[in-house]
Design a protein around this ligand. Structure first.
Ligand code: SAM
Length: 355
């Protein structure tokens, strides 16, 4: 006589999540599995199906999604190195992707373009940035029409006209609180300011007001309609959270790839740029993050963290080597602004820390 086990028992037996067992059952990949009430039961002699999901590491889609804002600390340059951190095809199964300090999302958009994860989580503590992600997800048509209007108005203006326009948008942005009613308006102002301000910086004063002056771009693309529409489609499957990275804990499990890219520990007295919001990310914050990483490490997630290498300026500085002594630390080369003078760019090492 055929005997059955529960999805929970199958999950334990095959060392996969219960959710994964349910997915395999619903995809008819387990012979004889049946739904009884709202639970799956599985023949006790069923074998674990070969996991086709390892092919998720093959590039499957053709649409290239690009970050919709320029962001300080953007990881465009490191995407190739970060991609190498994905386990090799067949090595292990990862079904979820989490980036709890997503910023402009250089890696996130690359992953979203190319790989098939079942679930995505992104978060950031910057409410205006997260609002922009949410508006692209939920109200992209209105956003595009507002950005188009700004682009058509701004681009033909002379410098004085542009300045007047830029500073009036900046003032409106600073004087309007974020709410359901203002979300789309504010997202359009946020993207406009990012595209036209000095170096695409996001810097706020003590009162939390955006205070970056106008930049000198000749012909900035304020409304990249095609990219926004592509992002809109891709975000439908993404959970977007405003707040501390620790909120991602409940999402993370042993099938999750987690990428954390905190604000840099400044590499010199003058070049440090960590003021993404009014709170700074000091050494205590770096320690709190390391504790969080230890916690999620216990869940079995694959974790990658990037940071600046303090050894770029002080060979003796072992801050991260000590903090992450139980992890693997790779040093990779990147070109970064190493001085407040934008002309002075140089090769420095960045840290890629992983379990
Ligand atoms: C170096 S940037 C990330 C850049 C991103 N990897 C990219 O490619 O654009 C760091 C981000 O962490 C966010 N952040 C700072 N403190 C945070 C916290 N406690 N929780 C979540 N996000 C935080 C900042 O708002 C900023 O967007």
């Amino acid at each position: 006589m055929l005997s059955f086990i529960s999805a929970k028992e199958a999950a334990e037996k095959w060392d996969i999540s219960q959710r994964r067992v349910a997915v395999l059952c619903s995809e008819n990949r387990i012979n004889g599995a049946m739904m009884v009430g709202n639970m799956w039961i599985i023949p006790s002699n069923a074998t674990k199906p070969i996991d086709k999901r390892t092919i998720r590491y093959e590039k499957q889609k053709n649409i290239v999604l690009k970050p919709f804002v320029k962001w300080v600390g953007g990881k465009g340059q490191l995407v190739d190195q970060l991609e190498k951190m994905f386990p090799a095809n067949g090595e292990r199964v990862l079904t979820k992707y989490a980036e709890p300090m997503v910023g402009g999302g250089a890696l996130f958009f690359n992953v979203l373009s190319k790989y098939d994860f079942d679930e995505f989580y992104i978060g950031d503590i910057n409410p205006e940035l997260i609002n922009a992600y949410q508006v692209i997800k939920n109200d992209v048509d209105n956003l595009i029409s507002k950005l188009n209007e700004m682009q058509i108005t701004f681009l033909p203006m002379d410098e004085n006209g542009r300045k007047y326009y830029y500073y009036s948008i900046r003032e409106r942005f600073n004087n309007t609180g974020l709410s359901n009613e203002t979300a789309t308006e504010k997202a359009s102002q946020f993207i406009f300011l990012n595209k036209t301000c000095f170096n695409g910086l996001y810097r706020v004063n003590r009162k939390g007001q955006f205070n970056v002056p106008m930049g000198a771009y000749k012909n900035p693309t304020i409304c990249d309609e095609e990219n926004l529409l592509n992002i809109h489609d891709a975000l439908q499957n993404v959970t977007i959270v405003c707040g501390d990275y620790s909120l991602s804990k409940s999402f993370i499990d042993n099938e999750t790839f987690v990428y954390l890219d905190p604000p840099y520990r400044p590499i010199s007295e003058t070049s440090g740029f960590t003021a993404y919001n009014t709170d700074t990310f000091d050494d205590n914050e770096q320690r709190r993050l390391a504790q969080f990483i230890d916690e999620i490490n216990k869940s079995g997630a694959k974790i990658v963290l990037s940071n600046s290498d303090p050894k770029n300026i002080n060979e003796e500085d072992n801050f991260f080597d000590d903090l992450y002594k139980d992890y693997t630390i790779n040093r990779v080369e990147a070109t970064r602004m190493i001085n407040s003078n934008a002309e002075k760019r140089g090769k420095i090492n960045e840290l890629l820390i992983h379990n």
